[in-house]
Design a protein around this ligand. Structure first.
Ligand code: PGA
Length: 238
């Protein structure tokens, strides 16, 4: 097991994570990367778009809500708004999960099979307030595949930040299994409101009650936290 916690000052957090991302892509420009959306990655995306050349990389979206195409709360809308629109050159390929596919379960299998060809070099993740990863809500097992999921009430509430009519009940998510198959994983965690769930994820039992805890069983995960989220946790290698 090897999970590292790195803590940066709140004001420097995005720049330091971007430094690492720049270094990663300098070493492997054609990386296959899975990207999350939501609030946490926004400052990293903003900084990275100015500093990093993603033109040889392949991007996989982590998840998607069952909302109409073009909806502000859709993950593909967020990725475009917060990241892709600011790049000088688009990534070589961008793969999305399509909730409007005629058979969403088949769409999930299609997506996972594309991920599996070559695997993921780097997966960036946010930490859900309820401990979810992507839309792998509490109850998800370590071998959960890419699939259609029913959203937890707190996830529906969080989506509603992006508009009063944003109340998806279901979504499509890369499963825990393909996430854990990623060669390297970075969990991004910021803000005092994430301090308690981060402490539980790092110190509580590993299991389905808190899906992010599975990352402790992954061989190469780094948690990048700002000081507000890390609270009294010390940087560690465990
Ligand atoms: P947030 O979401 O970055 O908007 O806090 C994280 C998540 O729910 O995975």
């Amino acid at each position: 097991m090897s999970l590292r916690l790195e803590v940066f000052d709140d004001q420097e957090w995005a720049a330091r994570v971007t430094d690492r991302w720049a270094e990663f892509l300098r070493n492997a420009p054609a990386s296959r990367m899975c990207l999350p959306t939501g609030e946490t990655p926004v400052p990293v995306f903003a900084e990275a778009a100015q500093r990093i050349d993603f033109s040889a990389a392949t991007v996989f979206m982590l998840d998607e809500f069952e909302l109409p195409f073009g909806h502000l709360a859709r993950c593909d809308s967020m990725l475009r708004r917060d990241f892709l629109d600011h790049l000088a050159a688009l990534p070589a390929a961008i793969h999305v999960l399509n909730p409007a596919a005629p058979d969403p379960a088949a769409e999930c299998r299609r997506y996972e099979s594309i991920v599996e060809v070559g695997g993921l070099d780097l997966t960036l993740l946010g930490l859900g307030g309820n401990g979810h990863l992507g839309l792998n809500e509490p109850g998800s097992t370590a071998d959960a595949p890419t699939r259609v999921v029913r959203l937890a009430p707190s996830t529906i509430e969080a989506a509603a930040r992006y508009g009063p009519d944003a109340e998806p009940e279901t979504g499509l998510t890369l499963g825990i299994r393909p996430i854990l198959a990623s060669r390297e994983i970075w969990l991004l965690v910021t803000g005092a409101h994430k301090a308690e769930i981060l402490a539980r994820m790092l110190n509580g039992p590993i299991g389905p009650d808190l899906p992010a805890s599975y990352l402790r069983a992954h061989p190469n995960t780094v948690v990048f936290a700002d000081r507000a989220a890390a609270g009294s946790l010390a940087s560690r290698s465990a």
